[in-house]
Design a protein around this ligand. Structure first.
Ligand code: ATP
Length: 283
């Protein structure tokens, strides 16, 4: 019986801009995606079973055909004889692409385990049908993402830093956030300034050009997001911002002691227990 194990990394958005609404209900976006070292572990095992089995020991993640990892196996043509085990470490429904990254790990894992030899372009084409972030999750690193998030360009990685991730215990509907976004009233982040900051490995300038238009909606309905950002910035974060449609907040620190101090304060003030010290990685 063959088995394969893959790390499935989470992401944050250093920049997230919505350019316009498309007629098909999707949104044209421009984003800078960045992998963090916080990851799930996805294990694929070939079995004698007549179906696909999936287990993920997390109450909010389905152990059935609704799991994006299961859908990925089906999309690769696997109908039976496979067990998928997901060790879930990335906060769920958090704006960190937890489901998309498990999905990407299964696409890559099946390609290897079954020797299917599909190209990255083929995997991306399969992945985008399962979720707009899946193509990015296949390769990760630092990428500019355009279109609906599937048109990817590699850009320079940020300067070294420490990242604190904090997921408040609230649920945010991505659909609600996009529906309530007032595109003509919000300030749009400057992609050119972000790209220049990254090219110069200038952490301060990168932080100054960070922006997420979705925070105008999620931050309004979830004031705890602003509270966590305030605690991070009062404790040494150069910048703290929400990732994706939220509610995870991440803070950029140059100093590890300050990052640890911010974690202690977030816990002390009972803002959330789901708080992690992480860093940016290029898988
Ligand atoms: P994104 O950043 O791509 O919007 P997210 O981090 O906000 O994603 P996920 O963690 O992917 O959100 O979870 C969204 C929903 O998807 C969950 O409520 C869960 O029920 C469902 N889901 C299906 N498969 C998975 C999976 N493998 N891991 C996590 N959630 C999954």
């Amino acid at each position: 019986m063959s088995s394969i194990q893959r790390k499935a990394y989470g992401k944050v958005n250093l920049l997230l801009n919505v350019v316009r609404r498309l007629e098909n209900g999707y949104h044209q976006v421009e984003m800078v995606m960045q992998t963090v070292d916080l990851h799930d572990v996805v294990t694929l095992t070939q079995t004698e079973d007549t179906d696909i089995q999936i287990s993920c020991g997390h109450a909010d993640v389905p152990n059935n055909e609704d799991n994006l990892a299961y859908k990925a196996a089906k999309a690769m043509g696997i109908q039976k004889g496979l067990r998928i085990d997901i060790q879930k470490n990335i906060p769920v429904a958090a704006g960190m692409a937890g489901g998309s990254t498990d999905c990407a790990a299964v696409l890559l894992g099946i390609n290897e385990l079954y020797g299917l030899d599909k190209s990255m372009e083929e995997l991306e084409a399969i992945g985008v049908k399962l979720g707009a972030d899946v193509p990015y999750c296949l390769s990760g690193g630092t990428k500019k993402a355009e279109g609906i998030g599937e048109v990817l360009t590699s850009i320079p990685e940020p300067a070294d830093c420490i990242v604190v991730l904090a997921k408040p215990d609230i649920n945010v509907s991505t659909k609600y956030v996009y529906e309530h976004l007032e595109l003509d009233k919000i300030q749009h982040p400057d992609m050119a300034a972000m790209e220049k900051a990254l090219a110069n490995k200038d952490l301060e300038a990168m932080c100054a050009s960070m922006g997420n238009v979705l925070e105008s909606v999620t931050g309004q309905v979830c004031p705890i997001i602003g509270q966590i950002e305030k605690v991070m910035e009062e404790n040494g974060a150069i910048k703290a911002m929400m990732s994706g449609s939220g509610p995870t907040v991440f803070g950029i620190f140059a100093d590890k002691d300050k990052a640890e101090q911010a974690v202690v304060k977030i816990r002390e003030q009972k803002l959330t227990e789901q708080v992690y010290i992480s860093n940016f990685v290029t898988p």
